[in-house]
Design a protein around this ligand. Sequence first.
Ligand code: SAM
Ligand code: SF4
Ligand code: F3S
Length: 471
Amino acid sequence: MEREKVLVPEADLSRQREFQQRVRAMFAAREAHPRACVDTFGCQQNVADGQKLMGMLEQMGFAFTREPREADLVILNTCAVREHAEQRVFGNLGILTHTKRENPEQIVALCGCMAQEERVSKRVRESYRHVDLVFGPHALWRFPELLWQVYETKKRVFAVADEDGTIAEGIPAVREDGVKAWVSVMYGCNNFCSYCIVPYVRGRERSREPAAVLAEVRQLVEAGYRDITLLGQNVNSYGNDLDLDYDFADLLADIDRIPGEYLIRFMSSHPKDATKKLFDTMARCSHVARQLHLPFQSGSDRILREMNRRYTRAQYRALVDYARGVMPGLVLTSDVIIGFPGETEAEAMETVSLVEEIGFDALFTFIYSPRPGTKAAALPDPVPREEKQKWFDRLLEVQNAQSAALHAGYVGKTLRVLVDGASDDPAYPLSSRTEGNRLVRLTGSEGLIGRFIDARITGSNTWALYGEPEE
Ligand code: SAM
Ligand code: SF4
Ligand code: F3S
């Protein structure tokens, strides 16, 4: 992709700011105080997009509510990665017919990855006539113009054209959390894992300029953010499209030079592109958390080939060994899919045995969900759901025992944690995270939120640690 075509020109961004002002003026003329409800599903990339939507809405004069019934504008920012997620969204869209009946002026918008699927936009066009605005991730930066068009024409607006994608810099974000922040370093995906819809809805890989990422992280650190996660579908291909001889490890090293008390994390990291240089850089950089999310998906070489993952079980193990060698105590997490089309029980058990061998701190586990349009969705898939569920339960059993044992090993130790918020458990009113991103429920007062403190670990279970601030 040519770089000039990737970066949205400043003149186009400035036009969008004009639309923001028009919407704002329209509400001001009516002496209205509009409220928006933005409901985001899916991954952190989508959360980051939701924060940009809120940033643009704030410029348009909107306040925010979590209650669709109170909202003048309801936005469902959706995820297409599994069928279940899509069904939930259609359920929620159905519910909005009632809120709209109570408040006919209410605008309903659908955006995010589902909106970019032709099958979905067609269904919404035909069967969900109360939806006023549909736009995919590619059109996010044009949201002010699209919303203005809805108000101005009173007609339904669809902006779902397929494209390779662009980068729009400078869109403000509303971050509800004052401690943790998400920063996209790149967008899109070129990997086309055979089960995955993301490359079809998020376009081709495109990296932000290093200077833009560095400026954003610096600003966040200066504003008091302490835990910053760099996002990309595969951060290890950061820079491939930049022609700068500059890769993700170089970016980490440059970010690390920003002064301040903060941690940098990143996700996701594709094993096929993870390098020794990346792990050596992580080990050297004091702000980079000793934590790695390295999705392996399957422990069977045949299934990995079918998934188009382009590494083997042995290569994955070698990467983990190297990373653990240079970063003792590394906290390691991963994503796994059980029940890929044609997977046998023996192959699923290869996944379980890899989990046993590696000893992950935590896993994100999924049962394969066919995504129309992907290569895997066309493969024969003879194994019944109940059978896959049994393999899945076996995997969970192994991982839960593993997580519980690793967590128990922390009891009695003192760990440095970042207190990131309040919890609703009166016995442990604070929540915090270790450098490895393990959840620690803490005693103590809210004054500690936003601070790194030493915590003595007093208890644990499969999902969390419990502790108290050390005097
Ligand atoms: N780009 C990231 C990577 O490659 O690690 C993953 C992004 S994807 C949004 C998050 C996870 O969802 C994947 O790692 C995979 O385990 C899971 N996933 C993706 N497509 C799926 C499907 N069709 N069925 C079940 N799980 C799926
Ligand atoms: Fe999907 Fe694979 Fe891209 Fe991850 S790397 S988003 S799993 S296609
Ligand atoms: Fe993320 Fe779901 Fe889209 S996982 S990239 S929001 S399909």
